[in-house]
Design a protein around this ligand. Structure first.
Ligand SMILES: Nc1ncnc2c1ncn2[C@@H]1O[C@H](COP(=O)(O)OP(=O)(O)OP(=O)(O)O)[C@@H](O)[C@H]1O
Length: 318
């Protein structure tokens, strides 16, 4: 796939709806991802982030809505179709096979076509190239994945995404399993990938991380995108929390314009690192709550620290 205009969206999701029996998990989500940007997806627990990435990775079919890749409608009928379209997902529960080597994990499901000894040598060589690219040339392609710490398994997962020539990599709370040194390495790798034009859809509950690594933000609430393409550099934390929770937050943060109801004219608009115009906000009926209650009384809980959740009952299917 070749994108002729480097600033044209690589991926667009428009009006995505996903219903399950008894629940409307997505209720109109728009997402636009540019080449070379880190696009952060924010939302409280249950906002619809997982469902959206499952739609994008071909694990779920949307009930309504359109997905465009390079401006062309795409049907992501199953996970292999997503990979063929250049969309790879790194799930938080790193889906690597402990009993296989690093090389076998990376090429699992898309083994090299030649057989025997030559294939094995090529496999190891290609794996070494991928690990080098990710700054982990010290890892042996033959090492069993079960012996790696979480950060190492994440590198394998990322190498697998690159082995599919992914142009969009979805990272679902990638830092949740990492210590601070490993997070630094993750950010270094993310920066190298984006420099090469790869787009990252980055899901995190850690707003400080988003400040460090993100370019633009889409906020989900109750299954819908309530703000799209906000520039990280222009959006105060209080605004993000207000968008995620629907509650006004007493503003002890900078008063930079958080979002605009219309896009600025392109000649005068400020742009992100990747050339994106400033974002738009969409009003959505938010519960009328007093600003007196502290925002942190409704904290966002990372999935890694939660037990399994029950079936959806909050939003009934219409
Ligand atoms: N297979 C399903 N069947 C029924 N309801 C579902 C299903 N998957 C998700 N939902 C519901 O859809 C809503 C959105 O869930 P989703 O897991 O996408 O949110 P999320 O933002 O990823 O939250 P979290 O951070 O807690 O994982 C929730 O109300 C959830 O219960």
């Amino acid at each position: 796939m070749v994108t002729e205009d480097p600033t044209a969206p690589l991926l667009q999701m428009q009006g995505i709806v996903k219903t399950f029996p008894g629940a409307r998990a997505l209720d109109g989500v728009d997402l636009e991802v540019l080449p070379g940007e880190v696009h952060c997806l924010l939302g409280q627990n249950g906002a619809g982030k997982s469902t959206l990435i499952k739609v994008l990775s071909g694990a779920h079919q949307p009930t309504e809505g359109t997905i465009l890749i390079d401006g062309k409608p795409a049907v992501i009928a199953h996970p292999v179709a997503a990979l063929e379209l250049g969309v790879a997902t790194m799930y938080q529960e790193l889906d690597v096979v402990d009993g296989l080597s690093i090389a076998e994990n990376i090429y699992l499901g898309h083994e090299l076509s030649t057989g025997g000894f030559t294939a094995r040598r090529t496999l190891v060589k290609k794996t070494r190239e991928l690990l080098d690219r990710l700054g982990h040339g010290e890892l042996s392609p033959n090492r069993e994945v079960g012996t790696l710490p979480a950060a190492g398994k994440q590198i394998v997962s990322m190498a697998r995404a690159l082995s599919h020539d992914a142009r969009v990599i979805i990272m679902d709370e990638p830092s949740a399993v990492l210590d601070s040194g490993e997070v630094e390495n993750l950010f270094r790798v993310v920066k190298e990938l984006t420099k090469a034009g790869v787009a990252i859809v980055y899901i995190s509950h850690r707003l400080d991380e988003i400040r460090e690594i993100g370019d633009r933000i889409t906020v989900l609430k109750d299954g819908a995108s309530v703000a799209s393409n906000l520039l990280v550099s222009e959006t105060p934390t209080a605004k993000l929390i207000q968008l995620m929770t629907g509650r006004e937050v007493e503003n002890s943060f900078p008063t930079a314009p958080a979002c605009r109801t219309t896009r600025l004219p392109s000649s005068r608009s400020r742009t992100s690192r990747s050339g994106a115009p400033s974002g738009t906000c969409r009003s959505r009926s938010a519960p009328a709550r007093s600003s007196a209650s502290p925002v942190w009384s409704a904290p966002v809980v990372p999935r890694s620290s939660r037990r399994s959740t029950g079936p959806a009952t909050r939003r009934r299917a219409r």
